[in-house]
Design a protein around this ligand. Structure first.
Ligand SMILES: Nc1ncnc2c1ncn2[C@@H]1O[C@H](COP(=O)(O)OP(=O)(O)OP(=O)(O)O)[C@@H](O)[C@H]1O
Ligand SMILES: [Mg+2]
Length: 564
């Protein structure tokens, strides 16, 4: 299994404080984050180098520059005897390999195992003193992270020392909500494109992307190199439907597959309450909204929008002229319904920003929401591009409303499934700048938080992309199965990404030392153990591979249809 030469041997440490390994090769050959194996009797241990330390048998040997005082050969010999480098290794997994085939103990062990394959499991013990340590070879990596040749194992990156492919199990990845983090410019959107292409290509789940910055559907150009970046629509054709927000919207210069308009009667008071911060709403708002709904039912938004703010002159009983609210005004409605006039007028002012949205119409040209849901259920994928509607207000309102509908639908299908119908299609909802929807204030109210908490039972999970993970509610962060993180500089962000994970003290430095744009740390439930990797490139080679495999799949399908 091990194609690599030994790099050192265990000299101390333990499960709590990590293992200490004396390095027997030049320290430049090993980096923080290297994946190593330790063979100890019948067991193989797998661990991660979390630190390198210089040591000396006596501090004097380290302090004195003996190489300037002694002949070179002698100095080298002295250094060899007295100066050394230790690795700190976080032990993560162990696997029972059993005795050698020709050992007398083998038959008994084989009998005990029966036809069970040895299982990789979390470490519960430690290797012996002087156990040999090696860099993990391609076989070890495939043993732990999955064989790249096997279906659903998707190469996400490569080991940094030897460039061996490292896979994630796409099915497992989507079983719980997961996140892609990293400071701005570290490659989150690029890595997300790669993961989404993997999900689409392997037909693992339907994908719905809330594409706030119009990055995912059509081709784009890279912000730093200016080179062309192929979009998911280009890679997967009609399997990916690009939906533009608002009638007649163009996504830069491209015409989307169809457009989305919201019907006024689709808006419920909760959709507005969710915008409390964004619209700076007052605490009287829920009462006013409630009264509106009682007065007008589903038509509350339209009716409120159509109210005016005028006053008219009226002659009262004593023959005097006085001003009273126009019968169609906000004030008249408020007075007859026991609502505070100031509160109602204040809300009317603040909702003007919504009344003015051209994508909220009385009668949408088509039922785009149902069409989107239908496409997702059919196994297609939707990129909802916000076009020119790039404000937080648009993002919050539209994504929440739509997700609410989707949640209702998936809950229903799951319940039907329990009663014998077809199972729902696995769905991954992708949100960029997730903290806008999942910060502490919003998390209690948005459908997204509910999805993160419990929707995996209903076949819906989230892919959260964010540069400020510390701004996301801890409860949501703790629900994330897998975290893929690029470089982070801020202590709070690092803390948030590592929250709830074993060995986080050792992993902290690793996150802060990742190379910008090129490296990510794989973490959490969806990966067998933490590992930093050089992230896969989203480039011509990758696009060709995706296209090649879809061509291949098409060919296979054609053959089948033709009866071969
Ligand atoms: N996997 C990759 N393949 C090819 N290029 C990459 C990759 N990752 C990052 N890059 C390069 O880094 C640049 C920044 O990446 P990206 O746009 O994904 O950053 P980001 O983390 O999404 O940033 P922001 O938070 O500002 O949106 C890209 O324009 C690209 O040139
Ligand atoms: Mg981005």
């Amino acid at each position: 299994m091990n194609e690599n030469k030994p790099i050192g041997y265990v000299v101390g440490g333990g499960l709590q404080e990590n293992l200490r390994v004396r390095l027997t090769v030049p320290s430049q050959e090993i980096q923080e984050g290297a994946f190593v194996t330790i063979r100890s009797e019948d067991w193989q241990f797998y661990g991660l180098v979390t630190d390198l330390q210089l040591g000396a048998t006596d501090p004097r040997f380290a302090d004195e520059q003996s190489e300037t005082r002694l002949p070179a050969g002698l100095a080298r010999a002295l250094h060899g005897q007295t100066l050394y480098t230790n690795l700190e290794v976080l032990p993560a997994l162990m696997l029972e390999l059993g005795p050698e085939l020709d050992s007398p103990d083998y038959p008994e062990w084989a009998k005990k195992m029966g036809d069970q394959l040895p299982q990789v499991r979390p470490v519960k013990t430690i290797p012996r003193h002087h156990a040999e340590v090696r860099l993990a070879g391609q076989g070890d990596i495939a043993e732990i992270f999955g064989d790249p040749e096997q279906k659903d194992n998707f190469v996400i990156g490569f080991t940094r020392e030897q460039n061996h492919p490292v896979c994630v199990d796409l099915k497992k990845l989507t079983q719980r909500s997961f996140g892609v983090f990293g400071a701005t410019g570290t490659g989150k959107s690029f890595l997300t494109r790669i993961v989404l292409a993997g999900l689409i290509n392997n037909n693992i789940a339907s994908v719905l992307v809330y594409d706030m910055h119009n990055e995912y559907g059509y081709d784009d150009s890279s912000s730093d190199t200016g080179k062309r970046v192929v979009g998911l629509k280009t890679l997967f054709g009609s399997k990916v439907q690009v939906v533009g927000l608002g009638g007649g919207t163009l996504i830069r210069t491209d015409t989307p597959d169809f457009t989305l308009e919201l019907a006024m009667h689709d808006l419920v008071p909760a959709d507005v309450e969710l915008l409390t911060n964004e619209l700076n709403l007052r605490d009287t708002t829920p009462t006013t909204l409630h009264a509106l709904q009682i007065s007008f039912g589903k038509d509350w938004f339209k009716s409120f929008k159509n109210m005016n703010r005028e006053q008219i002159d009226e002659i009262d009983e004593k023959g005097k002229l006085r001003k009273v609210p126009h019968p169609d005004s906000v004030a008249a409605w408020a007075l007859t319904n026991g609502v505070n006039v100031m509160a109602a007028e204040g809300l009317h002012d603040k909702l003007r920003r919504l009344f003015d949205k051209s994508y909220i119409v009385e009668k949408p040209a088509s039922d785009a929401i149902s069409e989107m849901i239908r496409q997702l259920e059919l196994g297609r994928h939707i990129v909802l591009s916000f076009g020119k509607f790039e404000s937080d207000l648009d993002y919050l309102l539209v994504s929440n409303l739509l997700t609410r509908k989707i949640r209702e639908r998936w809950e229903k299908t799951t319940n039907d499934f329990r009663n014998g119908q077809n199972p729902p299609r696995q769905l991954v909802v992708v949100i960029e700048e997730a903290h806008k929807l999942l910060n502490r204030e919003m998390a209690g109210q948005t459908t997204f938080a509910t999805i993160a908490r419990e929707m995996r039972k209903y076949y819906v999970t989230l892919l959260i992309i964010d540069q400020r993970p510390s701004q996301i509610h801890d409860e949501v962060m703790s629900q994330l199965g897998t975290r893929i993180s690029g470089w982070l500089g801020d202590e709070d962000d690092i803390h948030a990404v590592l929250s709830g994970l074993a060995g986080r003290d050792s992993l902290r430095g690793m996150l802060a030392h990742l190379q910008q744009k090129e490296e990510v740390l794989l973490l959490g439930w969806g990966v067998p153990m933490p590992l930093p990797v050089r992230s896969r490139r989203y480039d011509e080679k990758f696009w060709k591979e995706m296209r090649g495999s879809t061509d291949h799949a098409r060919e296979e399908r054609n053959k089948k249809e033709l009866g071969y």
